[in-house]
Design a protein around this ligand. Structure first.
Ligand SMILES: Nc1ncnc2c1ncn2[C@@H]1O[C@H](COP(=O)(O)OP(=O)(O)O)[C@@H](O)[C@H]1O
Ligand SMILES: [Mg+2]
Length: 216
């Protein structure tokens, strides 16, 4: 089962070079249950990426708290058990699909890394292209490789920032479906930032970020 996320009164302002502040997030509160899949939607520039980075612990917040609970136990950090899917896939161009997916596991010295990677590629229906250099793959295929890589660590929570933002509508739907299926299979909690309301509607809950506030 996935992680429960409990966010209380998160408040975040960015200090700008001219000395003024950009008050992006004001008293954000949300609860995401284990294995729940939620969307965060909002206009461009509303602070979605900033919020997701805070939730994923990639940035630190100024005020408020973010609690991660696993089996009712409070976790102090989640780096090892979370996955992140970026809008730009961040694949290594000199490697093939399988190597890209297996690499993080190989670096950790995990046994059976390649077989594990192959299974995740199968889950996103990319097993036929496993040996292809990623530069030969389409955008949708590359994003599926990136999703397979994120799923490989069997994350207890997965964060995705516009994971289908660079794809056409039908490819976006397919990729999204694979991602949802992978997360459901593993019971992974999933938080997806998207501006695509059609995709957001496929998730369990939709949060709207507007004027620094988050509403259901
Ligand atoms: N470190 C920063 N310094 C200055 N401005 C920033 C910084 N981070 C984000 N911003 C600005 O804050 C706004 C919101 O950013 P972001 O979280 O990326 O929004 P979204 O993902 O919803 O488009 C944008 O206008 C962006 O340029
Ligand atoms: Mg963004």
């Amino acid at each position: 089962m996935g992680i429960k996320l409990d966010v209380n009164c998160l408040d975040h302002a960015i200090k700008l070079v001219n000395g003024s502040q950009l008050h992006l997030l004001k008293a954000i509160s949300m609860v995401v249950e284990p294995a729940e899949q939620v969307a965060i939607v909002g206009a461009s520039g509303s602070g979605k990426s900033t919020l997701l980075s805070l939730l994923a612990g990639l940035e630190s917040q100024q005020q408020g708290s973010i609690n991660y609970l696993y089996n009712n136990e409070l976790l102090t950090e989640i780096n090892d058990i979370s996955g992140f899917v970026f809008q730009h896939f961040h694949l290594l161009p000199e490697l093939n699909a399988l190597q890209n997916v297996a690499l993080p596991m190989l670096l950790k010295g995990m046994k059976g890394a390649e077989q594990h990677a192959f299974e995740k590629l199968r889950l996103v229906q990319m097993e036929a292209q496993a040996m292809q250099p990623v530069t030969k793959l389409s955008g949708g295929e590359q994003q599926r490789v990136a999703i397979a890589r994120a799923l490989c660590s069997e994350p207890k929570i997965m964060f995705a920032d516009e994971p289908t933002g660079n794809l056409d509508q039908s490819t976006a739907e397919q990729v999204f479906e694979h991602m949802q299926k992978g997360a459901r299979a593993a019971g992974t909690t999933m938080i997806v930032v998207t501006h695509d309301l059609n995709l957001a509607a496929k998730l369990d809950k939709i949060y709207h970020l507007e004027n620094g506030e988050l509403r259901l």
